[in-house]
Design a protein around this ligand. Structure first.
Ligand code: CA
Length: 242
């Protein structure tokens, strides 16, 4: 990248929401282009090849799902979905289609910026194979396939380990039930969400300080799971219009 300032494509038809997003991004030094519908979004993405796309699901001319699908035909640019309450199913479909993460309106500026940082960081080092990963007092040695908690070796079953590694590979981002099941248990298991509940509970009891209130291995209700790498941003006073 010659210009280190990330270029964001903002796709949102509601003027009030667009104003909030524009102000937030500009205040934090991002460059941006704005699209108010899907046709404009696809044209601008093609023209500018942005580093990140913020995509509203409810657009006047085309579904945000279809925009995600068309972008994924030719680019791996991180896509952050902006969804309204009640678009739960669409949000999950968008993630399954290759979107990276989502925010449900209304959301705070701090949360938005944190998710953008994660998505940008993740895309910058996708190619770079990492050999270790840490969260809390947990250390995962991916080369030796060992997990330590406070310096003590933790025994994980092969499926627990596989699930953990998948969360680590997508650290900071939400992964849908379907994606997790398909990757860990195979394509025929994609509706067996109870497997996930059982195995996530096991991972939490082995790795979290309080498995009833997990700080890292978190549930995204109705969507999937996320390995949190940053503390949730709650300090910001600004928040998006609902
Ligand atoms: Ca909309």
């Amino acid at each position: 990248m010659s210009d280190p300032t990330p270029l964001v494509l903002l796709v949102e038809d509601e003027p009030q929401m667009r104003r909030f997003l524009r102000a937030t991004l500009q205040n934090h030094g991002y460059r941006l282009h704005e699209a108010v519908n899907a046709a404009e979004a696809l044209a601008l993405a093609n023209q500018w090849n942005p580093d990140l796309v913020l995509l509203d699901l409810g657009l006047p001319d085309m579904d945000g799902l279809e925009v995600t699908r068309r972008l994924r035909d030719w680019t791996q640019v991180p896509i952050l979905i902006l969804s309204a309450r009640g678009q739960e199913a669409d949000k999950v479909s968008a993630l399954d289609m290759g979107a990276d993460d989502y925010l449900t309106k209304p959301f705070g500026a701090g949360e938005l910026l944190a998710r953008m940082r994660v998505a940008l960081r993740h895309s910058a080092k996708t190619a770079e194979a990492e050999s270790a990963f840490d969260f809390g007092d947990v250390h995962i040695d991916l080369a030796r396939r060992q997990v330590l908690k406070a310096g003590q070796l933790v025994h994980l079953t092969p499926l627990e380990y596989k699930l953990l590694v998948l969360l680590v590979k997508h650290a900071g981002k939400v992964i849908t039930h379907r994606q997790l099941l398909r990757e860990v248990w195979g394509p025929n298991a994609s509706s067996q969400t109870h497997y996930l509940r059982v195995y996530m509970a096991q991972l939490r009891s082995k790795l979290e300080a309080d498995s009833a209130r997990p700080r890292f291995l978190t549930t995204e209700a109705g969507v999937g799971y996320r390995l949190r790498t940053e503390e949730p941003a709650g300090a910001s006073s600004e928040s998006s219009p609902p």
